[in-house]
Design a protein around this ligand. Structure first.
Ligand SMILES: [Ca+2]
Ligand SMILES: [Ca+2]
Length: 105
């Protein structure tokens, strides 16, 4: 707690502090491709999907970062267990986009 100018005429009051919490839901993007660096096919949808012609989501790390950066609020990027045990070696063909600080891999 810290004293603050509470009433604009010199009387102090205590500030209990504040925590800023995003009300945006946390999205989780599941990376399930590691041998390609394809971008997200459409940021207009909420899916991490690098190939709209194939059913399901084909999600690369690049596509996941793009989709997470496009959506407001915190997000989570996870790796599909089918990719094997960590650590993963990913193919990146050009500089990867920076991930917003509110998101986590
Ligand atoms: Ca998308
Ligand atoms: Ca698809």
């Amino acid at each position: 707690m810290r004293p603050l100018e509470g009433d604009q005429i010199g009387n102090a009051r205590c500030d209990m502090g504040a925590i800023e919490v995003s009300t945006a839901p946390v999205a989780t993007y599941l990376v399930n491709l590691r041998n390609t660096d394809t971008p997200d096919a459409s940021l207009a949808d909420p899916n991490c999907d690098a190939d709209l012609t194939r059913p399901g989501n084909q999600c690369t790390l690049r596509a996941a970062v793009m989709q997470a950066n496009h959506k407001p609020g915190p997000d989570r990027i996870q790796f599909d267990h089918a990719l094997g045990d960590a650590p993963f070696q990913l193919s990146v063909c050009s500089q990867a986009p920076n991930l917003r600080p509110a998101s986590a891999i």
